[in-house]
Write a protein that binds this ligand. Structure first.
Ligand SMILES: Nc1ncnc2c1ncn2[C@@H]1O[C@H](COP(=O)(O)OP(=O)(O)O)[C@@H](O)[C@H]1O
Ligand SMILES: [Mg+2]
Length: 331
């Protein structure tokens, strides 16, 4: 079972983008994959995948109700399946009020039972739901979480439940700081909850060609403190198009999504994107990252071959076991 929280302290470090691409890569490796969106804000994984129709409806059943053990329905009914085959438990507004809802529950239950507030297992609720109640380990091969960095209780629940972190970092002064913050957080969590937390890898992302960026990349690749299996370049055009394709970067390239100006208006269409080698290379790296997490961190057996079926163009086969770059079959 592969479980990972895609976490980094600062916002805008491409967490949501990374979670979507990792989930799709794992699914394409033959793993039945589920993602949980714990971020109630706009621009989350739920909007990226265009799911969660009832996320603003306060009466709708949602993940928070299940975490707090007050469900309105079946957990199974919260799960939606995206066009690329990844399952998702979408976000809901109630995630933003998680802590106050949790406090109410704790006040009520500690009043009813003979336990103190401190003894209440406030960070173990998601663990209990996913593994003991829903037994997701029997249905899925991989579970990923895109957390909300600011909601402490939810983030702690996510980390307590999944135990492993994947940390995207961005080249800026802040990138380093966030990594220090991460080590501190991991240390605090481990001692506070008496569990072990693993850092699978750090993924420098948005790395450009400038000297400063290249140095930054070197600094990460040269350290022994953690694994850095791949670096993702500055791919704004590719990653931004994910929001039009409503899916992963694999989908953007295969369906050739592009945003451009047409008769004075910006439009987004499939079938338009030029095939760029650097973008194919980025897909390979995303697949390699998923491969690293699956095989190196979790010892799973997965398919090393990525088939890209690019619309009106060609089928490309990338085999991570081959040293050869890529093999193209033009149709
Ligand atoms: N490798 C990248 N290079 C450049 N821009 C990127 C990259 N990955 C993602 N982006 C863009 O950065 C923005 C923020 O990414 P997002 O994943 O939503 O961040 P977060 O979830 O950490 O707030 C999005 O518009 C996304 O398309
Ligand atoms: Mg996000």
């Amino acid at each position: 079972m592969i479980t990972a929280v895609v976490y980094s302290e600062s916002g805008g470090t491409y967490k949501t983008t990374m979670t979507a691409n990792l989930a799709v890569a794992l699914e394409r490796m033959g793993l039945n994959t589920l993602v949980l969106d714990l971020d109630p804000q706009e621009g989350n994984l739920t909007s990226l995948f265009d799911v969660g129709e009832h996320r603003n409806d306060p009466d709708a059943d949602n993940l928070v109700k299940h975490i707090l053990d007050m469900p309105d329905g079946d957990f199974q009914e919260l799960i939606e399946t995206t066009a690329e085959g990844v399952d998702i438990v979408p976000s809901h507004d109630m995630l933003g009020d998680f802590t106050s809802n949790l406090e109410q529950k704790i006040a009520y239950e500690t009043g009813m039972q003979n336990i103190s507030r401190e003894e209440y297992p406030r960070f173990e609720l998601l663990y209990e739901l996913l593994w003991n109640k829903q037994k997701l380990q029997e249905k899925y091969d991989a579970v990923l979480i895109d957390p909300n960095a600011r909601a402490e209780d939810l983030l702690y629940n996510a980390i307590y439940a999944l135990r492993t972190l994947v940390a995207p970092v961005k080249p800026a002064g802040k990138g380093n700081l966030s990594l220090e913050g991460l080590e501190e957080l991991v240390g605090n969590m481990e001692s506070q909850l008496d569990i072990e937390i693993g850092l699978s890898c750090v993924v420098p992302s948005g790395v450009g060609q400038t000297n400063a960026h290249q140095q930054y990349q070197q600094q990460f690749e040269n350290t022994d403190a953690f694994a850095t299996p791949v670096t993702i370049g500055n791919r704004e055009s590719l990653m931004d198009a994910m929001w039009e394709a409503r899916g992963s970067a694999f989908k953007v390239v295969e369906e050739r999504w592009k945003t451009y100006e047409k008769d004075g208006e910006m439009v987004s269409e499939s079938g338009q994107r030029r095939i760029r080698n650097r973008e194919i290379e980025t897909l390979r790296k995303l697949y390699e990252l998923a491969w690293f997490i699956a095989t190196d961190t979790f010892d799973a057996k997965v398919d090393p071959v990525l088939e890209l079926d690019i619309q009106d163009y060609e089928t490309r086969t990338i085999n991570l076991r081959d040293d050869e770059a890529t093999e193209a079959t033009t149709i």
